[in-house]
Design a protein around this ligand. Sequence first.
Ligand SMILES: NC(=O)CC[C@H](N)C(=O)O
Length: 257
Amino acid sequence: MTSETQPATQSPQSEGQSSKGTIRVLQLYPREMNIYGDWGNALVLKQRIKWHGYTPELLEYNVGDDFPDDVDIIVGGGGQDSGQLVIQDDLQARADQLRELADNGAPMLVICGLYQLFGKFFKTSTGPTIPGIGILDVETQGTDERLIGNVIMKSAEFGDIMGYENHSGQTTLGPGVQPLGTVTKGAGNNSKDGHEGARYNNVVASYLHGSLLPKNPAIADFLIRTAAERKFGTFVAGSPDDDYARLAREHAARRPR
Ligand SMILES: NC(=O)CC[C@H](N)C(=O)O
């Protein structure tokens, strides 16, 4: 029986009476790449997947782990330069798998330090150049200036996006990606062009912590909808409770830089 022939409240894969199916969320390197509340992105996905009537499963991948076969959403956070140096070899070993997933349309959210390493390279201000895995056509140059503070950007796709940045790396976009948005407060990718983040296929990359998804549920729902459509052929939305997200957005919008 296909999912189209069943009522929306039943699982297409007999995962439980009221589940529409399981959505597996993998967090990349939470040991090293998980600062300024980035773990909150995985928690928001877990809760919203439930609100939409699906069953969430949260997985972690750390250096040396076996990479799970069956992953629906990938999220990765930010980290110190030292953390990026720790994961670099393992990330290179996983590069082909991650690139294939991204090229095939798997939804992903990568923040700050992992955003940089999903690009071509991060040349740190202290010397070493950390190679990236080149999923994103971006390059990052470390500087002596840290870009720190609250950010608001305009995105045609997701509306106003809000969060908090803290990075020394400045990122330049190549022609293979689009910016996620254009800042109206804060710096974003660098101190020059007003762009924030990057978009490629169903990969969303951003410098914004905070965490990002509690204040920007439109991005969370994009990841969930894309995952469900890829896995089940269709996405049937539930009724998320957006009251706290609305409050968080009001507060974030009032914060000074
Ligand atoms: N917040 C972060 O993830 C920082 C990333 C990187 N270490 C930088 O400073 O640019």
